[in-house]
Design a protein around this ligand. Sequence first.
Ligand SMILES: [Zn+2]
Length: 259
Amino acid sequence: MANLNKRFEINEFSDAFLIFYSIWIYSYNNNFSTKKSYLDSQFKLNYGIGIEEYLINNPSLEEEMKNELEAKDLINSIFSLIHIQNSLDKKISNYLIENYKLEKTSTNLEKLSQHINKKLEKIVLTTRLVNKEKNKFSSIKTCNSLLGIAWINISEIISKNKLVKICTYIKCNMIFVSNRKSSAYCNAKCQTRAKSHRAYYGASKKYNEGKLEVNSNTPINDKNNVNRLPPEEFKIPEEYEPDFGFFDGEDNKLKILGS
Ligand SMILES: [Zn+2]
């Protein structure tokens, strides 16, 4: 629900739609805790603090997310935009549909724009001059709702021909904005990690979401097939990568700690 007393500076929340999306995915009821912890670390990298901490510091955002219908509408519209822009890997798309129940609300930009316009019509913007320094005034635009700002963000993305993407590194899937059609990873770290991951799993069938949490307890599925051995637990990547394996086995660590 929009907070009538509070006003948010639009310039301070230019990433509101990305934040909503990340937090929505993070909070969604699922068991992929390895992915969750990676997403949280990526969030920290982008916004300086972890997701839980962000929510504590921005109670209005948490409050607005409780309006599930409105929040889901935003998430689905972002998902639709990524589809329309042809920047979504099919495997990741299916993964998001299956695990997060994401839906395409529109299949073309015309329809999506109409939908976004309906949201924009309801947004109340206020502009005021603020004296920030002596004789130096800034024109500050504010909105009473963070979800409202997220819709404004999306409209600007569309009007500036920017692309919304999902990082293709299997453990990340962080949302990001790019000007380039070819960019596939949210940052250089993911690019390196993806490379290491491919070096580890190769282009085999193991390289898919289902095997995301391969660990030492993985039994040999087919006992009659002696050639099929479980994957090696540790393998040094071909390229030096300081964080390689940092988040691997996070689940086991938690189990050992009894949490
Ligand atoms: Zn990434």
